[in-house]
Design a protein around this ligand. Structure first.
Ligand code: OAD
Length: 231
């Protein structure tokens, strides 16, 4: 079975009603990202940060996967599909994708502030000041904040290096190391990019550009793989 590796970003969830980061006002749901997504922001106002992610969880619980997520899940009928996502929502999983690597963490997990190996699933949307890990420290969102390590990157690179097809969908490729993943994909591997505003891309021979929304673009890429490339 051929392996498809997908790199997705906020754009794939846009048509499910979740806002992207770098459009319009440069704010994330009304907040400066450093206020709600950095260790400094956490130090300054834990209650604000916890409330921010509570709101994001409520929003994600109400959101449904769109045709872009669903089509990627469908590809598993004919291909091995590994989705590497920068998104913290769970819409790829809700759509049925079985192999999802979350580079920037997951909304529905929380972890200890003194022992990062203590990670817990969160039922529902709420986490508050005073919610503690088994060692007694405050819990924090299991999110990779600005300035923090991206521990899942190594696994993502291993997948990218063994891809037969690479699909980039809905990301501005503005944030590293995620944006560099495409550089690990083999030169001969077909690379598809779906985004209404094309991100900056390295020069490559096998680049197929779809300047459109995820809900239509992923379908077209799937059809091209099956009908034209006959992979
Ligand atoms: P961005 O907000 O930077 O980029 C979203 C991309 O989606 C843009 O290129 C848009 O053109 C595109 N887009 C918008 N609507 C779309 C649609 N309907 N279909 C397809 N594409 C569409 O989001 P990311 O690249 O994901 O990190 O941002 C990367 C990281 O920066 C995020 O994971 C987040 C942020 O800071 C953390 O939270 C740690």
């Amino acid at each position: 079975m051929k392996k498809i590796v997908v790199l997705s970003g906020a754009g794939i969830s846009a048509e499910s009603g979740i806002r992207t980061f770098r459009d319009a006002d440069g704010l994330w749901e009304g907040h400066d990202v450093m206020e709600v997504a950095s260790p400094a922001g956490w130090k300054k106002d834990r209650a604000l940060v916890l409330d921010f992610y509570n709101q994001r969880r409520k929003q994600a619980l109400a959101a449904q996967p769109n045709a872009g997520h669903l089509e990627l899940a469908q590809l598993e009928q004919d291909y091995e599909v590994v989705v590497v996502t920068q998104n913290v929502d769970n819409l790829h999983e809700k759509a049925g994708s079985s192999q999802v690597i979350h580079l920037h963490g997951e909304l529905f997990k929380v972890r200890s502030t003194i022992d990062e190996s203590l990670v817990y699933d969160l039922d529902g949307w709420e986490m508050n000041l005073g919610d503690r890990c088994d060692k007694g420290s405050q819990l924090r969102p299991h999110i990779v904040w600005f300035g923090e390590m991206v521990p899942m990157m190594e696994e993502a690179v291993r997948e990218a290096m063994t891809a037969d097809v690479f699909i980039v969908v809905g990301t501005s490729l503005a944030v590293y190391p995620a944006a560099g993943l495409i550089n690990y994909v083999g030169a001969e591997v077909p690379k598809f990019v779906i985004d209404p505003n094309m991100p900056p891309l390295p020069a490559s021979d096998n680049l197929y550009l779809y300047p459109e929304k995820a809900t239509t673009g992923v379908k077209k890429v799937a059809a091209y793989l099956r009908e034209s490339l006959k992979l």
